[in-house]
Design a protein around this ligand. Structure first.
Ligand code: ZN
Length: 110
């Protein structure tokens, strides 16, 4: 619920980043001793500019991966690719928080 609201509040990509044609986030989740999951997220001008990705832990409430800062600075610098690793924002007691290895690719319209 609350998350849907935050997504709506974020507004559209076309409004915030009119120069961007497409953003692709490729991620590999690693969850401790458990599983490796690949996920690809695509964002278009009509998508919500909401770049927060969920953790894999079922009980993770406040965690996840905030990609907004990375994406904002890439767009500011007009850079096309970036990669790195992120740990879950929530450093709570759950042992099964995930971390991700990500690769972001941005295509510009202009
Ligand atoms: Zn987590």
């Amino acid at each position: 619920m609350e998350k849907n609201q935050r997504r709506l509040d974020a507004g559209f990509m076309s409004k915030h980043f009119p120069e961007v044609a497409k953003i692709v986030i490729n991620m590999i989740y690693n969850q401790q001793g458990n599983r490796t999951v690949r996920r690809t997220l695509n964002f278009y001008p009509g998508s919500y500019a909401f770049f927060r990705v969920d953790c894999l832990s079922d009980d993770c409430v406040n965690g996840g991966f905030e990609m907004s800062g990375i994406i904002n600075s890439m767009i500011r610098n007009h850079s096309e690719t970036s990669n790195g690793e992120l740990g879950c924002d929530d450093s709570g007691p759950r042992p099964d928080h995930a971390n991700i290895v990500y690769e972001v690719a941005i295509q510009y319209a202009q």
